[in-house]
Design a protein around this ligand. Structure first.
Ligand SMILES: [Zn+2]
Length: 268
């Protein structure tokens, strides 16, 4: 139950003052049900591909085609292998049922790093391997990018977890949505605050930050090369237990799909 886990976290800040005070919902069951259950238009069908087959980086891609036409969204977990909440949600999303378009998921993008439970795999930090002015920097980056080019996503979402909070802890970027200029980062931040950030954790309110498209991160490359609406989502380990990080990441993923037309029943 979300409320209890947030209370456990909030208790660190406010002690017993919060007990019994919070009555607002701290999730969005309607949205998550829309993601998990087939809609009126019928069921989705899934195909899988092995990326980087025969290499150390071999990893699975899932393409879930909805019963109705629509945009393609690509979701990445495990670009950093120790950020488990994003990996867990990406795996879960391989069983979701979009209502329109195609949901493409790579749950363990840097599989070597995921298996070692470390940030970086054998080629270093994958999320610095997509420079604007040069060659992709590793075999892994080339294999992942090859899949991105084949699927031509309209929307890209890369799931991460930081140790601190953006703007509060120097050098950390948690509870933030970094986004390409035309993506709906501010709206996503508002939706997450409404669903998942209780009043007694004010420093956990999400910040939206438009990104510099000249960077070498995967989502920046997708925005630059394909014109995708691209997001890098960061939750935080600061005061949040594992289940809360997972739930927040799950909501971010479902909201991005809803905002871009892959899920029906959107509140927008
Ligand atoms: Zn990360």
């Amino acid at each position: 139950m979300r409320r209890r886990t947030f209370l456990a976290a909030g208790g660190v800040l406010l002690g017993a003052a919060t007990a019994g005070v919070v009555s607002r919902p701290s999730s969005n069951e309607e949205l998550l049900t829309a993601a998990r259950e087939p809609g009126d238009a019928g069921t989705a069908s899934t195909t899988t591909e092995q990326l980087l087959s025969g290499t150390d980086h071999e990893t699975m891609l899932y393409a879930i085609e909805a019963p109705q036409d629509g945009p393609t969204a690509m979701v990445f977990g495990g670009v950093h292998g120790d950020e488990r909440s994003g990996i867990e949600v990406a795996h879960e999303a391989t069983d979701w049922h979009p209502d329109a378009g195609t949901l493409v998921v790579v749950p363990e993008t840097d599989r070597v790093a995921v298996e070692a439970n470390e940030r970086e795999g054998i080629d270093g930090d994958l999320n610095r391997h997509f420079p604007a002015d040069g060659e992709l920097r590793s075999e892994l980056a080339r294999g992942i990018w090859d899949a991105v080019e084949r699927h031509e996503p309209d929307v890209v979402l890369d799931l991460h977890r930081s140790l601190g909070v953006y703007g509060l802890h120097r050098e950390y970027v948690g509870q933030a949505v970094f986004h390409s200029p035309e993506a709906r980062g501010a709206e996503l931040a508002d939706r997450l605050d409404s669903d998942a950030v209780p009043w007694y954790l004010p420093f956990h309110r999400f910040r939206a930050q438009e990104t510099n498209e000249s960077g070498s991160l995967l989502f920046q490359h997708a925005a630059r090369e394909l014109g995708a609406s691209a997001y890098l989502f960061e939750t935080t380990a600061f005061l949040l237990d594992h289940e809360t990080k997972v739930e927040t990441t799950r909501l971010a993923t479902a909201h991005v799909l809803a905002m871009h037309g892959l899920l029906d029943g959107d509140r927008a």
